[in-house]
Design a protein around this ligand. Structure first.
Ligand code: FAD
Length: 489
């Protein structure tokens, strides 16, 4: 049986293991952490449980596909619900708005609260749906590094629709053309942050992201986001994958341009095929440059996606006005992104995202209490003083919540922890603590991401949020699919 070694048990590493097992490999997955999942992990504080990273689950069929690949019934491992209410939005002037699973209900809400025209909203949602259907098969489901991709029928459809796809304007310009109320523009601009980008720079093409939530659905797994990892690890083990947790890969065994295996503190392992789920900059720094193999490293260094300061608060009361996902907007959105991406500092007036899984998972918090996961977008680490930034940002979050919800939230916090870009980097190896690898702040970003396989280095594939097609759970799962398709059976 051919042997396959995977470095990293992030979601893409686990998905690759499951796919490689189907192709007949004996698969071994190594992670430096004593737990699998990388960014998709959890934190427990006394009687509160928090998903440490992702909180929004879209495109669940990409997880189901992995169970189906091995002829297993997903329901025996993993279940999830579609959230009837997607998100609560709050502004400091008292405006409040809710978005729903039913797109018509969302349209009515946007029309009545923000004064947008229903017909224009319908046109917007139809347009982003059409764009998604053109772009997804080409840029997300396929390798951009194969000639056949560019001669496929999907590519031909893309070429004929180039003017409609929004390559030449920014997301903000696109949204400003669609909507009259600046609050609607802000609401739809926020989708750039779903892959760690800046709506004032990222191309309008990325306006396909809201289509995922509004047409295809926002979901939440039973037992929390961590169940995506737990159920897939269970499946992987059942199909023969072995996990070596707490065993860091220290060195690649390389002969000319061929990867023969790797070395950990415990052992030297030889494999027929290797997969890397590492942040791609870390991979080159640790394994290629450290071995003095010449490489054009500067080409790999692209602008990082945003990172974040995440507070995990056990709150000893409940809030009727909040749901699973809640946004407290800043007053000057453009200024906030200038601070994050140009000035590389924390925002003076940050937008605050509050995720409360205990709204649907009662065991995540004690009775009459809630588990607040609070994310504030920040730049990736480039040497800033994160202890100061975390302290300042904590106070800004408290001030904003107090103002909008008319409470004294600090008095309600009974458990607390936090992550910042340095802590994220230490936990996951992600360069600068970037949440999504590279940003998509320019129109060539998709083409600048590292491929999933290369002719110049044999026996290795790359998966995860910092390589093609990009960050976020669905794209990581897609990277594993593309990489696995390139493997010999
Ligand atoms: P990673 O999770 O980056 O894991 C890499 C693994 O490699 C780690 O386990 C690490 O320990 C291991 N490793 C590193 N070096 C070594 C070594 N030398 N040897 C062995 N192992 C090593 N996505 C969404 O879809 N929805 C969201 O709502 C969302 N929100 C997010 C919020 C936060 C706070 C964060 C941090 C991320 C969020 N994301 C979200 C992004 C998503 O979490 C990532 O894109 C995805 O989980 C990355 O997975 P990955 O496969 O690239 O691996």
């Amino acid at each position: 049986m051919k042997k396959f070694g995977i470095i990293g048990s992030g979601i893409a590493g686990i998905a690759l293991a499951i796919r490689a097992a189907k192709k007949g490999y004996k698969v071994h997955v190594f992670d430096k952490n004593p737990y699998p999942g990388g960014k998709l992990s959890q934190i427990t504080l006394q009687n509160y449980r928090f998903d440490a990273g992702p909180s929004l689950f879209t495109l669940p069929h990409l997880v189901e596909e992995l169970f189906e690949l091995h002829s297993k019934n997903t329901r025996n491992y993993f279940s999830y619900q579609r959230l009837p209410e997607i998100c609560n939005y709050f502004w400091t002037d008292g405006t409040q708005l809710k978005t729903y699973q039913e797109i018509d209900q969302t349209i009515q809400e946007l029309a009545s609260v923000l004064g947008e025209e229903e017909t224009l909203l319908k046109q917007y949602f139809n347009r982003i749906k059409q764009n998604y259907e053109i772009l997804n098969p080409l840029f997300i489901e396929k390798s951009l590094h194969k000639f056949s991709t560019w001669t496929s029928k999907e590519a031909l459809k893309g070429y004929t629709n180039i003017p409609k796809l929004g390559l030449f304007s920014t997301m903000n310009q696109f949204n400003k053309k669609q909507f009259k109320n600046p609050k609607t523009v802000q609401l739809f601009n926020r989708y750039a942050t779903y892959n760690g980008s800046d709506p004032y720079q990222t191309p309008a093409t990325l306006s396909i992201i809201p289509h995922l939530e509004y047409h295809l659905g926002a979901y939440f797994p039973k037992g929390g986001m961590i169940e995506i990892v737990n159920s897939l690890v269970k499946l992987a083990q059942e199909v023969g994958v072995e996990f070596h947790l707490g065993e860091e890969v220290q060195k690649l065994l390389i002969e000319k341009n061929k990867i023969l295996g790797f070395q950990t503190a415990k052992n030297r392992y030889e494999f027929d095929q290797v997969g890397s789920n590492l942040d791609i900059e870390l991979f080159y720094k640790k394994f290629i440059l450290a071995n003095e193999i010449p490489v054009n490293y500067s080409k790999l260094v692209q602008e990082k996606s945003s990172s974040g300061i995440i507070f995990y608060w056990g709150i000893n009361r409940t809030f009727k006005e909040l749901g699973v996902h809640n946004i407290f907007f800043s007053d000057n959105y453009q200024q906030e992104f200038t601070e994050i991406f140009q000035e590389k500092t924390v925002a003076l007036d940050p937008t605050v995202y509050v995720h409360i899984s205990s709204k649907v998972e009662k065991n995540d918090a004690p009775e009459n209490a809630e588990n607040w996961f609070i994310l504030v977008n920040t730049p990736a680490n480039s040497g800033q003083n994160w202890e100061d930034f975390a302290r300042i940002t904590r106070q800004k979050v408290i001030d904003k919540i107090n103002k909008i919800l008319k409470v004294n939230i600090e008095d309600q916090i009974e458990e607390e922890d936090y992550l910042d870009p340095i802590r994220i980097e230490n936990r996951t190896g992600s360069t600068g603590g970037a949440l999504y690898g590279n940003s998509s702040n320019n129109k060539f970003s998709a083409f600048l991401r590292h491929p999933n396989f290369k002719k110049s280095i044999e026996n290795i594939v790359w998966v995860g949020g910092s390589v093609h097609p990009g960050g976020g759970i669905p794209l990581c799962l897609s990277s594993a699919k593309i990489a696995a398709e390139s493997l010999k059976d």
